[in-house]
Design a protein around this ligand. Sequence first.
Ligand code: AAL
Length: 372
Amino acid sequence: MSNNITEEQLDFLGITNKEKLSAASKRALQWPMNLGNDWFFEYQIEDLKGDLAYEEGVVRRDPSAMIKHDEKYFVWYSKSTGATDGFAGDIEKEKVFPWDGCDIWFASSYDGVNWKEEGIAVRRGEKRTYDDRSVFTPEIMEYEGTYYLTYQTVKSPYEVRVKNQVGLAWSDSPYGPWIKSETPILSPADNGVWKGDTDNRFMVEKKGDFDSHKVHDPCIIPFNDKFYLYYKGEQMGEEITFGGRQIRHGVAIADHPKGPYIKSEYNPISNSGHEICVWKYNGGITSLITTDGPEKNTVQWSSDGINFEVKAVVKGAPHAIGLNRTADVEKEPCEILRWGLTHKYMNDDYQYIRRFTTWKLKHHTAKGERGE
Ligand code: AAL
């Protein structure tokens, strides 16, 4: 290694002796010289005003990205009412999660702060259809004049072992009406085997693929003349590893926005993360990985949408981000994160949508010290 090391590199990194390199210094010497700070950010969160301000007895969560139409931002989200009963009671009737019994609602805003709730976009399906129990955690994509909403679906009864799928609806206006696909566009892998006839999701004969239980948080991005559907997988027999849940992301690719979506053979494409937060940058795809796994709180990028490398480790990040798709994404790697939506747990029963802003740390100065 020492042959290619320049004096400039050693000075920049503050390395004492190039013949005595610690493991950390060897890694540092692999870094490019123009390290920069563009992939890093800090953030804060504020309440919204108008109809998206916290409302007693109501769950509004998992905001989609925002798009603009007629000078207004539009967002879609999961909405339900009432407290969560959990799995102990009559699951046919009671609400097992805050995202159970949801329909997808939407709201609009001129400034991204004051919001007006517009009504329901996509309702739960008729009894015994694949989405009769809940439709939730939506994402929006506008492509060639058509709007596509993709979201999670659950069919009754909402048992702990119930499989979650992904649905799609499309419209020629953000106001709808929305046409739903008759079948899900993505389903969990079917190669896991439950153990025993119980209501225990941790007991398995075989776990199966990373997405053998649930496919969640779908987000479709037009990329390389195809449609990349990024999603979170939950595995049957999920364990706690690296101090958190075993959550990984996958991608399924289609030639047309309506599918069919074929899962990549390279799945899973992350070893960490939670809600999907992906955007195009510099000819590739950036992914913000939060919450679970050894690479939580990292910003990752890949040129092909599949093979992601860590670009930055951040102190923390908003969860369940609704990205501002109107941002000038090419300006900087994290320009799209300058402001957006997130949700907060007021408590286990009720969540509400909030707004985040981010900034780049430019100086580390003492009080009164000049930064430049
Ligand atoms: C989220 C998402 C999915 C989960 C639940 C609601 O933040 O990961 O949508 O199902 O929590």
